[in-house]
Design a binder for this molecule. Structure first.
Ligand SMILES: Cc1ncc(COP(=O)(O)O)c(C=O)c1O
Length: 391
């Protein structure tokens, strides 16, 4: 089936964070909304069909996961990424961020340190700080416009208090898909220093131009044992509102403790819609995914060409993965506050502020391009006009 991603869908009755929280987040609602990472596209037909069928049953009692639920996700990772995950290691969780937060709570003590690589997805900061653990920032370094891990800085910052490193692969917001060599170097360093890697790989399926996403745990037996992988179909298939994810815990002690705690909170079950949607996505979503990736890639090119042609003060990157483009706005010559104010109150677009992703993000903005091209163009036109008229 051929999907039409050009269709602009009115989300005003969609009760979405992306649109209904504009006023609360940005102070006004007349903005082209290109911030929080969900897509303005309708989900794949097999997912809709599965949800419709489930809704038609009319009974929405407590769920039980069938064997096929695990089979489809295992099969997805095996066939696409040659990673054999064991069913006994998989734990359902309502989301990746809740998993990260619970890992902090359950497996670290006050005073323990956790490394993150900034600029990075802002909840990584929060899950550490909110659980009163110590954050260690290993900033990415920018060389000739591309971001790389800074292993020298990492080595200098490691001490015996560091318990975890949270890896973002592919990396939100800068869009790198880490190579096997980079991951190997990182993983070796972590093993040498008794640091467990938490691999947030929720963007793993969103990769372009022949780049390959390598699941961290798939690299070697040692890496598998020294990692927790956080995964979901929600980002790939635009079903984040269904709130489901899974984590792979090869360490039995950690697995059991995490599982027990979810039991105490009584959040071990899927809701009845995520149960069928996740399975349908992994079993039958490939066709939609192939098409959406082509559309998103064209949107990334559109942003790049638009900036080059109409507003060279803004330099867009060409991400290897995710659906987020990182805009270098330093040449606008604005302070962080002025930059955010410019986009909201002059251009009237809602983007993620670069500084939300850490100190290193200052001077940048993140634009979500998983939307119809007309929406994207409207946002870019507004920015262009504001540069001409307001700066
Ligand atoms: C790197 C990363 N991890 C996790 C999430 C959110 O995951 P969840 O909705 O499962 O908590 C996002 C959403 O943008 C993300 O970019």
């Amino acid at each position: 089936m051929k999907y039409n991603f050009d269709e602009v869908i009115d989300r005003s009755d969609n009760f979405s964070a992306k649109y209904d929280e504009l006023e609360a987040k940005f102070g006004r609602s007349d903005l082209v909304s290109l911030w929080v990472a969900d897509m303005d596209f309708r989900a794949a037909e097999p997912i809709m069909e599965a949800i419709r069928e489930r809704a038609e049953q009319g009974i929405f009692g407590y769920t039980s996961r069938p064997e096929s639920y695990y089979k489809t996700m295992k099969n997805w990772y095996k066939t696409r990424y040659n990673w054999d995950m064991e069913k006994d290691h998989i734990i359902h969780s309502p989301g990746v961020v809740p998993t990260l937060s619970l890992i902090m709570k359950l497996f670290t003590e006050p005073g323990d340190k956790i490394i993150i690589q900034s600029p990075v997805y802002y909840p990584f900061f929060n899950v550490v700080k909110d659980n009163e653990r110590e954050l260690v920032i290993n900033p990415l370094k920018k060389v000739d416009g591309d971001y790389f891990m800074d292993f020298e800085d990492l080595e200098n910052k490691i001490d015996e208090k560091v318990k975890f490193l949270i890896l973002c692969n592919p990396h939100n917001p800068i869009g790198r898909v880490w190579t096997k060599e980079e991951l190997r170097k990182l993983g070796d360093m972590c093993i040498k220093n008794n640091i467990t890697v938490i691999a947030d790989e929720i963007h793993g399926d969103l990769v372009y131009d022949g780049k390959r996403y390598t699941p961290f745990a798939s690299i070697s037996e040692e890496f598998r044992l020294n990692s927790i992988s956080c995964l979901s179909a929600t980002k790939t298939f635009n079903i984040a509102g269904l709130q489901a994810s899974f984590a792979v815990f090869p360490d039995k002690e950690m697995h059991d403790k995490f599982d027990e705690f979810l039991g105490i909170l009584d959040i071990k079950r899927n809701n009845c819609f995520s149960l069928v949607a996740m399975e349908a996505a992994y079993a039958k979503g490939g066709e939609w995914l192939d098409q959406v990736l082509v559309y998103i890639r064209d949107n990334m090119k559109f942003v790049n060409e638009y900036c080059e042609k109409h507003m060279p003060q803004i330099k867009a990157n060409m991400p290897e993965g995710t659906y987020l483009v990182w805009l270098d706005c330093n040449d606008l010559g604005l302070s962080d506050d002025a930059l955010n104010d410019f986009f909201v109150n002059k251009a009237r677009v809602a983007l993620d502020g670069g500084s939300w992703f850490g100190e290193e993000g200052k001077g940048y903005m993140r634009i979500n391009v998983a939307c119809p091209r007309a929406t994207l163009k409207e946002g870019l036109d507004r920015i262009k006009e504001a540069i001409i008229n307001e700066l």
